[in-house]
Design a protein around this ligand. Structure first.
Ligand code: IMP
Ligand code: MG
Length: 203
């Protein structure tokens, strides 16, 4: 066991060398740095903790994009909570959502009479979330709210009530911190704009 490696900072002060890895070559520009994500998620955690004080809370993460956000957000919640996940797919091109939605993985936990907070990565047209909200509302939770890390207000086609938003971003295709382009780039530690060279023609 390499006990010496566990979370112990080496305190090195060497200057950071900027290296372009294969992963980073997909990024045209960094939009939200890791530090800014951390700070905003800590704020959201505080707001959500006080909102739900004294109530039981069930977080529902929307796979796969919301996994990173959910894991970080819940570590900033000062109340006990449960988690569950749903996977939905929208039929459409790689960088566009069609609004036709299908449940790929349903919840394990019954949401009836629970305080449900849906955790989303990004709201674009709003069609996916709107479908999800209708589905969950029909199951009669005690309350139903949404926290989304990102939103692109310019792209909204349908109004969805979102109580907490991390960042409003311009109408660009973003990757990283859970967000993918063709299933890749989720593991970037920041949110970046997809490199123009990778955007398929006609989108
Ligand atoms: P909507 O139904 O148009 O709101 O699309 C929402 C879903 O589309 C999100 O949950 C993402 O999976 C995906 N999406 C929308 N915009 C982006 C983006 O800029 N980068 C990566 N995924 C996106
Ligand atoms: Mg998604």
């Amino acid at each position: 066991m390499r006990a010496g490696n566990r979370g112990i900072s080496t305190g090195t002060s060497e200057p950071q060398v900027t290296q372009t890895t294969e992963l980073e070559r997909g990024v045209g520009q960094i939009l939200i740095e890791a530090d800014a994500l951390r700070a905003r998620i800590a704020e959201l955690g505080e707001e959500i903790s006080s909102y739900y004080e004294g109530r039981d809370l069930l977080l529902i993460g929307v796979l796969k994009g919301a996994v990173f956000f959910m894991a970080d957000l819940m570590r900033h919640l000062s109340l006990p909570c449960e988690v569950d996940f749903m996977a939905i797919s929208s039929y459409g091109a790689a960088t566009d959502s069609s609004g036709v939605v299908r449940i790929l993985k349903d919840l394990d936990i019954n949401v009836e009479n629970r305080n449900v907070l849906v955790v989303e990565d990004i709201i674009d047209s709003g069609l996916t979330l709107s479908y999800l909200m209708r589905t969950l509302e029909a199951r009669e939770p005690a309350s139903l709210e949404v926290v989304a890390l990102l939103t692109k207000p310019e792209r909204r086609e349908i109004d969805v009530p979102v109580r907490w938003i991390g960042f409003e971003i311009p109408n660009r295709f973003v990757i990283g911190y859970g967000l993918d382009f063709a299933e890749r780039y989720r593991n970037l530690p920041y949110v970046g704009v997809l490199n123009d060279d990778l955007i398929p023609e006609g989108t």
